[in-house]
Design a protein around this ligand. Structure first.
Ligand code: RB5
Length: 150
């Protein structure tokens, strides 16, 4: 699996801790920045990662900002992107089982790094359940089509 990862200045420290975890999970990653703690605007980095997921250049993405809220707003504007802001393991698991989330959003200033690492491990090792949940995702795709996003 290949993923894109990106953050703003509030997410750099967490991103740097997560990348070795991705290596441990044998996940190929591309870092879209930002790379240091100089203040930047989260939509610029959210756009790069979301675009890579939306166009199929990568299988999934991870975005990190201070609260995770700004990155979530950006990511969920992209057709085909299903971004889940996760602060604990249960939501990470359910976002894969029920929502087939293809973008994990983490709040760099809200949760401890250990929690973030648990979330990442769960998110990449939990498969979508399909069945009745696929029907619901199809409805989301239909909404995107109605709104002419696709
Ligand atoms: C940056 O200060 C902060 O606003 C940003 O990281 C994020 O939390 C926005 O939603």
């Amino acid at each position: 699996m290949k993923i894109a990862i990106g953050c703003d200045h509030a997410g750099v420290a967490m991103k740097n801790e997560i990348i070795p975890v991705l290596d441990g999970l044998k996940i190929e990653w591309e870092d879209f920045g930002t790379k240091d703690e100089e203040s930047v605007d989260y939509p610029d980095f959210g756009e790069k990662v979301s675009s890579a997921v939306s166009t199929g250049k990568v299988d999934r993405g991870i975005l990190i900002c201070g609260t995770g809220i700004g990155m979530s707003i950006v990511a969920n504007k992209f057709p085909g992107v299903r971004a889940a802001l996760c602060q604990e393991d249960y939501s990470a698991k359910m976002s894969r089982l029920h929502n087939n989330a293809n973008m994990l959003v983490l709040p760099g200033r809200v949760i401890e790094i250990g929690t973030a690492i648990d979330i990442v491990k769960t998110w990449f090792t939990t498969d979508f359940e399909g069945g009745r949940h696929q029907k619901r995702l199809d409805k989301i795709t239909a909404i995107e089509k109605k709104l002419k996003l696709k």
